[in-house]
Design a protein around this ligand. Structure first.
Ligand SMILES: Cc1cc2nc3c(=O)[nH]c(=O)nc-3n(C[C@H](O)[C@H](O)[C@H](O)COP(=O)(O)OP(=O)(O)OC[C@H]3O[C@@H](n4cnc5c(N)ncnc54)[C@H](O)[C@@H]3O)c2cc1C
Length: 242
């Protein structure tokens, strides 16, 4: 796995598969000749061009961490958004977009890292964390990995089946609006008590990666610092929005 050069060059990407993940989310696998792989946690810029020449560019985290010329992105539809409704509802297998990247060298996890890791994702913020979970599993890493994934309801979880089956990562689900029947934790936003409960379970001084909507990430980072985490060990990726 490597971070390739020529990241500022737009490359043509062909959609080779499109899978509905949730009512509002869709995974797209793109074939990009010359892509050359990415690190877990990096993102790509996607550029759409309308028939009249108008262009729109948005960033999307990469869910995959392979060495080849394919990458997976997973997009959640932002109501009234310009780009995400097109990627979730309209683009089809065989269609083309342009991509640039991989981008970002800080919010990344490398398989040679051995320290415990705490991943905290809100909504589509799971995407770069999924790349880390996949890279961790594929490399056979024994670094302790724990994921806290906050979603509105079970139906809103990206990659739920894969996460349930993943080895080497312990997943804590936080449901903010509707929990499954019989779920011990009532639905509600991620709180200090949830994160403190992890520490009671033995996760000490991990390296943290938190990702999701801006408000979610800020709340998580503030809470982690309040309960004693070293700010220098908390890395964040903000997707925008509330
Ligand atoms: C580094 C990075 C990685 C990202 N990775 C992903 C990803 O893996 N999957 C993904 O779905 N999105 C991701 N995003 C967000 C993505 O870039 C777009 O912002 C998002 O898809 C909305 O674009 P849009 O054109 O549909 O909406 P716009 O037309 O740009 O915005 C419409 C309205 O929605 C608000 N808004 C913008 N973004 C969001 C948001 N994320 N949540 C809620 N409201 C928002 C805006 O403030 C505006 O009011 C990432 C952003 C960054 C910076």
């Amino acid at each position: 796995m490597r971070r390739t050069g020529h990241v500022d060059v737009w490359k043509t990407a062909t959609v080779v598969s499109a899978t509905q993940l949730t009512p509002s989310g869709r995974s797209l696998v793109l074939d990009v000749p010359g892509w050359g792989g990415n690190l877990a946690g990096q993102h790509a810029d996607v550029r759409l061009t309308a028939p009249d020449g108008y262009q729109a560019v948005r960033s999307y985290s990469i869910a995959s961490a392979d060495a080849g010329d394919r990458l997976e992105i997973a997009v959640d539809r932002v109501p009234d958004g310009e780009v995400s409704p097109f990627l979730v509802d309209a683009i089809e297998v065989g269609d083309q977009v342009e991509v640039r990247g991989p981008l970002g060298g800080w919010f990344v996890w490398r398989p040679e890292e051995t320290e415990p890791v705490l991943l905290v994702g809100g909504g589509s913020g799971i995407v770069p964390l999924m790349a880390m979970v996949r890279a961790h599993e594929a490399s056979g890493s024994t670094a302790p990995f724990r994921l806290v994934y906050s979603v509105r309801s079970p139906e809103d979880a990206f990659f739920a089946e894969e996460l349930s089956a993943a080895t080497g990562v312990e997943v804590t689900w936080i449901y903010t609006r509707r929990a499954p029947d019989g779920w011990p934790r009532p639905a509600g936003r991620l709180a200090a008590a949830d994160l403190q409960a992890l520490e009671a379970a033995g996760v000490e001084a991990p390296s943290v990666f938190a990702c999701g909507p801006t408000g979610f990430v800020e709340a998580v980072a503030d809470t982690l610092v309040t309960i004693g985490h070293d700010p220098a060990r908390i890395k964040t990726e903000r997707f925008g929005g509330a």
